[in-house]
Design a protein around this ligand. Structure first.
Ligand SMILES: Nc1nc2c(c(=O)[nH]1)N[C@H]1C(S)=C(S)[C@@H](COP(=O)(O)O)O[C@H]1N2
Ligand SMILES: [Mo]
Length: 323
């Protein structure tokens, strides 16, 4: 994000294919309720070089996904847009690097350590997480701090349902997240562009908010590696950089945890990072955004359009200082 968006890396209009069959297929999937899981969840990482040509059908379908009333009714971006225009600096800083290089990430088995200020620390197995929870389709806007946006049909689990069994103590006030650190699988980590591992954090009430999910899939399939397989955070009212990918550690803390972009450039990226069209980034306006696949720009919405649900979390806070 320190790097300017290169117009040359944007999808060309010829690449922008709508998903005409998706809604129909989705209706069938939801109706069928329990389509067979066609592969071990998370074990379908594609070989490098294949990812750019991949379609949703190359990924294992998730069974028993129910539609969430919390979805936007805006049209989702195409599978191709969502999986070829990414930010995942562990695989390079270019928007097409994650699709090219994330295939080598081994996502099964995958354990997530949960510890810190809680009564029952332990580990989560990504495949068990998928098997044990009700999976919801949540179609959310994703607003990148670089002033572009997409609409993504995530498959996710409310984060609160995952965290509650670990019994956070009364002194837990924040939740810290870390991505895998492994330069042999993540070539971008050989560069010092960020201080690895990628770290993010939420206040406990933000983490427990019903809109906050752990995503395990998109378009009804397991997550492509470039989108943060096997488990990534999605916090739809915050800039995209809060939605940390390929999580290996979750920790309850009493103090506000350090976060990667805030550490890298504190004057530009705050801890809260709530989408806010009235608070500009020091180097560009946040008032408008380009929806990937559209010409021109549209107005950015306060809290990315989720103000009715989340504004009360910040009552009394000055959002120009807590940006
Ligand atoms: N570990 C990790 N998580 C990350 C990032 C990253 O570089 N590393 N980039 C963030 C940014 S800036 C954005 S906009 C979103 C992009 O998610 P997407 O590629 O699935 O659209 O992922 C976020 N999560
Ligand atoms: Mo971003």
């Amino acid at each position: 994000m320190l790097i300017r968006v290169r117009a040359a890396s944007d999808p060309r209009p010829s690449e922008i294919t709508p998903e005409p069959v998706y809604r129909d297929r989705r209706r069938f999937m939801m109706g069928a309720g329990a389509l067979a899981l066609t592969g071990a969840a998370g074990s379908v990482g594609l070989a490098p070089g294949r990812a750019l040509a991949a379609t949703a059908d190359d990924y294992a379908a998730l069974a028993g996904v129910v539609e969430s009333p919390l979805s936007t009714d805006e049209d989702p971006n195409s599978f191709r847009q969502i999986t070829t225009y990414n930010n995942f600096y562990e695989f390079g800083t270019g928007k097409e690097d994650p699709a090219r290089f994330a295939g080598r990430l081994e996502t099964s088995p995958w354990a997530i350590t949960v510890d810190g200020a809680c009564a029952k620390p332990g580990t989560l197995d990504a495949a068990a997480l998928i098997a044990d929870h009700r999976l919801e389709e949540r179609i959310y806007r994703l607003r990148c701090v670089e002033a572009w946006s997409m609409v993504i049909p995530w498959v996710g689990i409310p984060l609160a349902a995952v965290l509650t069994p670990f019994e956070p103590t009364g002194s837990a006030r924040y939740v810290a997240f870390e991505t895998l650190e492994d330069p042999t699988q993540m070539p971008g980590q050989r560069s010092r562009v960020l201080d690895w591992p990628y770290r993010e954090g939420l206040r406990l009430d933000e983490a427990m908010h019903p809109l906050t999910i752990l995503a395990v899939g998109l378009y009804g399939r397991v997550l492509p590696n470039q989108n943060g397989a096997p488990v990534r955070l999605v916090v739809p009212w915050k800039y995209g950089f809060k939605s940390i990918k390929s999580i290996v550690r979750i920790r309850f803390t009493e103090e506000q945890p350090p976060t990667s972009w805030n550490m890298a450039q504190p004057s530009e990226y705050g801890f809260y990072a709530n989408v806010n069209p009235t608070v500009d980034h020091p180097r560009w306006s946040q008032a408008r955004e380009r929806r990937i696949g559209e010409w021109g720009r549209r107005d950015t919405l306060m809290f990315n359009g989720y103000g009715e649900q989340v504004a009360s979390l910040y009552s009394g806070m000055d959002l120009t200082t807590h940006f």
